[in-house]
Design a protein around this ligand. Structure first.
Ligand code: NAP
Length: 816
């Protein structure tokens, strides 16, 4: 797979300009046959001293199987087994562990793996195969301890590939994955030589040619001992050895490979050719990432150049995936993996919890996530048109403002990118256990530990168990007779499948909630015919969206401005909460705006009538959209309000007996918010099951703690959803609460903390009495159970919840 990245942002541009010219003026002229190898080595080491070093990583000299090198280890506990062997570049003649320290330390930090950077023997003193022998010896010794991934840049990339070939041919256990940064995988220089790209900042053909000869023949290549034609004739043969030019060898049966390169480098075409060759050799997992306008091994400039950090983070993700696939982390029932904290779910709240732990210097935690990527609801809900319905400045954490939002109401992919970038910036990748589904969790009172079992059979023990799965993670399929019988393509909005084609087909959408209102406009734009099955018409308000321009993005870099914008939107949304109370000015304004939008956007009075909500504003989640009504008003779109009676093999039959034939049926029918955490069997003290404790509906103290379940915390638990503002404003103080509880256990050397049943009862009685007469009690919605009990929503203002939850009231807890 080939992926292209275009770096952007003013910092990237300025730093890239300075770095490119620095390399051109200070390095490229020295990487030349005019200077001795000894001088080139000293010069490169001197220049690399100005690189910014990674904090939080320890470096120490080491030796593996007689090969000297340096170890880079991230502070904190090892979070999985495995090592990374790094082979530096330098055309087999220059470079050392010292010249690559910034990069190798950054790799250790991003992957969490111990990195052994090998000072393999260099030419001309030690020609081929000395370097390869060192790499083999180091690899074999490391592999004896557990899985190994191998990475190398330039000549080190070529050496990495040669190492993989040699290991395969010798029948050794293969590396879990390879990362090749601008690999020099073929030492043959074509005749005529490739043109040097104008942006090339480091390499020249002349230098590469000399180094290749030094690699094969040692100092004799330049001594003049042998006649030049004889030397060249031998070179022409030996350079084809696959262990010298691995691209010339059989590339079959190699481990997964990630290649990275820039477009402004001499070796760009080689990287692409290597990618093709690996694909042709049947390597399905080869991936080539090309960064536009970047030069040879631009990743060396980590910390200074954002695109370098991003490339390393992508590689870290790739390598960890390969290690986990070869050697799944986690312990067994007999020997469980021990952690201080296990977080379930890598969505916004899980991320916030992890950030909080890191802020407190706590690194002994893992995040279990069933999906192959982080994002939670933003990973799941990737249907076309998905976006947040609160302004993005409030849909980012207070500790991680994002000046790069492209518009006020950010799209799902943009939010997912924000989360990914945040996780990478915080160094969370090693803590993530993707594709890991938790099936059981049991509190062991004797040890004060949770015993957690995954679907794959791994067992973890943890002092604290934090469930950050949120209310919107179990898709709810509609209970309609015949749904299983439908023979066309069937999708749930929360499990979108991009491979299902919609263009030019007959599409049906069941549901007209927040999700459907976002999904329907893009569907209408593509489908030949779109039938929207509406059970209840909803309230729709205009979305005050706008694109953020360059000026917005520049201003957003200034913390006081960013804070002011955020505070403004928090206040606006908080004012919107008044709209849920009868007789308020806010409510009158919202009702007027909804009516005006309907009248302005729907010309047909009958359609307008059918789109008029039959329940009071605010009872269900309000929809904010400028595109929903216009989409419904198009001639090829039909709003069906006759109730659905059954689904057939062909389509949907409504109460009037009409059957609408469909090619694609989309269920935008929401989530099961009542059976929270039903996919995990959670047992607390004395074996109490959470599902039994919640038999009458989920409830918790402040939405965070549950009586009978010590050292167990929920984020966005029961009655913490909000109909008017950003959930992130609720998550942050919940995390503070959880951190304070954890600190109390540690500080008092207690075994466990548990909320008093009485405190939980009081909190919920108060909530339910407020909710009983509220607007949310007046219609059916995902906020309510069938019996009318509202289990999802917090009834008050944000500030009220924040005050209640931020600092635990210790009288409501027992510490044992
Ligand atoms: P939802 O609000 O629960 O809406 C489900 C829709 O499916 C409703 O229109 C419902 O009709 C309909 N439906 C369910 N079962 C049906 C059946 N058997 N027959 C016919 N219609 C049926 O789900 P959602 O739209 O996915 O939204 C859920 C929540 O996700 C939102 O409230 C919001 O909090 C969140 N969300 C947020 C964003 C965002 O931008 N931040 C975007 C999307 C969703 P009835 O109304 O008659 O029950």
């Amino acid at each position: 797979m080939l992926a292209e990245y275009t770096p952007d942002g003013w910092r990237e541009r300025v730093v890239a300009f300075i770095l490119r010219w620095t390399l051109r003026l200070l390095l490229k002229p020295v990487f030349s046959p005019r200077f001795s190898v000894a001088f080139q080595r000293r010069w490169l080491e001197a220049l690399s001293r100005i690189a910014i070093q990674q904090r939080g990583v320890r470096r120490e000299a080491g030796e593996v199987a007689g090969v000297r090198g340096e170890w880079f280890r991230r502070d904190g506990p090892a979070l999985r087994a495995g090592t990374l062997l790094y082979l530096h570049g330098g055309a087999y003649c220059v470079g050392s562990t010292a010249t690559h320290r910034a990069l190798t330390a950054r790799i250790a930090w991003a992957t969490g793996l111990p990195v052994f950077s090998a000072d393999y023997r260099l030419a001309p003193e030690h020609p081929f195969p000395a370097g390869l022998e060192d790499a083999l010896a180091a690899y074999r010794a490391l592999r004896a301890q557990g899985p190994v991934v191998v990475a190398g840049d330039s000549a080190g990339g070529g050496l990495t590939l040669a190492l993989a070939l040699a290991l395969r041919d010798a029948g050794d256990p293969p590396p879990a994955g390879l990362w090749l940064l601008s690999p020099w995988a073929d030492l043959v220089v074509p005749d005529p030589p490739p043109p040097e790209p104008p942006g090339e900042a480091m390499l020249s053909v002349a230098w590469a040619q000399v180094c290749a000869r030094l690699y094969l023949f040692g100092a004799s290549a330049l001594s003049g001992e042998r006649p030049q034609p004889e030397l060249e004739a031998e070179f022409a043969v030996r350079v084809l050895d696959p262990l010298v030019s691995p691209m010339r060898g059989d590339l079959g049966r190699l481990p997964p490979v990630l290649i990275q390169c820039g477009t402004d480098e001499l070796l760009h075409p080689m990287a692409l050719a290597l990618h093709d060759a690996l694909l042709q050799a049947g390597n399905p997992s080869v991936r080539c990432e090309v960064t536009r306008h970047r030069w040879h091994v631009f990743q060396m400039h980590v910390h200074a150049l954002p695109s370098a950090d991003q490339a390393v983070d992508r590689a870290a993700r790739f390598l960890l995936e390969q290690i986990d696939a070869q050697h799944p982390p986690g312990g067994s029932a007999e020997e469980p993996e021990d952690r201080e904290v296990v977080i379930l779910g890598a969505g916004m709240s899980g991320l916030c919890m992890a950030a909080g732990l890191l802020r407190e210097g706590r690194r002994d935690f893992v995040i279990l996530e069933k999906q192959p990527g982080l994002g939670g609801t933003w990973w799941d809900n990737r249907y076309p048109g998905a976006h947040v319905d609160v302004p993005a400045p409030v849909y980012s954490f207070s500790f991680a403002p994002n000046p790069r939002w492209s518009r006020r109401f950010a799209s799902a992919p943009e939010i997912q990118r924000y989360m990914q970038a945040l996780a990478e910036r915080l160094g969370l990748l090693p803590h993530l256990r993707l594709r890991t589904r938790l099936v059981r969790a049991q509190f062991d009172a004797d040890s004060g530990r949770w015993i957690l079992e995954t679907e794959a059979g791994q067992t973890l023990r943890a002092r604290f168990f934090v469930c950050s799965t949120g209310p919107l993670n179990q898709p709810r399929w509609p209970e309609i007779e015949g749904l299983e019988r439908y023979a066309g393509e069937r999708l749930h909005s929360a499990r979108w499948d991009d491979s299902v084609a919609v263009a030019g087909r007959r599409v049906g959408v069941i549901g007209t909630g927040s999700t459907a209102s976002q999904l329907i406009p893009p569907m209408a734009a593509q489908a030949a015919r779109l039938h929207v099955f509406q059970r209840t018409a909803n309230w729709v308000l205009p979305r005050l969206d706008r694109r953020y321009g360059a000026l917005d993005r520049v201003l957003a870099q200034f913390p006081p401005y960013a804070r002011a914008v955020r505070t403004f939107w928090i206040a606006v949304l908080e004012w919107g909460r008044k709209g849920f109370d009868e007789g308020t000015l806010a409510r009158r304004g919202m009702l007027r705006a909804a009516r005006a939008l309907r009248e302005r956007q729907i010309a047909d009075p009958t359609l307008r009538e059918r789109l008029t909500p039959p329940y009071p504003l605010g009872c269900k989640r309000i929809i904010y959209s400028n595109e929903y009504y216009p989409a419904l008003a198009q001639p090829h779109v039909e709003l069906v309000t006759e109730p659905i009676v059954r689904i057939t093999e062909r389509g949907i039959v409504t109460a009037d007996g009409q059957e609408r034939a469909l090619d694609v049926l989309i269920c935008a029918t929401g989530f099961d918010t009542v059976h929270l955490l039903s996919s995990v069997e959670v047992r607390g003290r004395e074996g109490l099951r959470l599902s039994d404790a919640w038999a009458k509906g989920p409830e918790a103290y402040l939405g965070v703690s549950v009586a009978g379940f010590p050292n167990f915390f929920l984020l966005l638990g029961p009655n913490t959803a909000t109909g008017h503002t950003s959930t992130l404003l609720y998550i942050e103080p919940e995390v503070e609460h959880v951190l304070a509880c954890m600190s109390a256990v540690r500080a008092g050397e207690h075994r466990a903390i548990e909320v008093r049943a009485e405190a939980q009862r009081r909190w919920n009685e108060r909530l339910q009495s407020r909710l009983a007469g509220s607007v949310w009690s007046l219609c059916r919605s995902w906020y309510r159970m069938e019996n009318g009990r509202i289990v999802a929503l917090f009834p008050g203002f944000t500030a009220e919840y924040v005050r209640a939850v931020r600092r635990p009231n210790w009288a409501d807890y027992t510490l044992a």
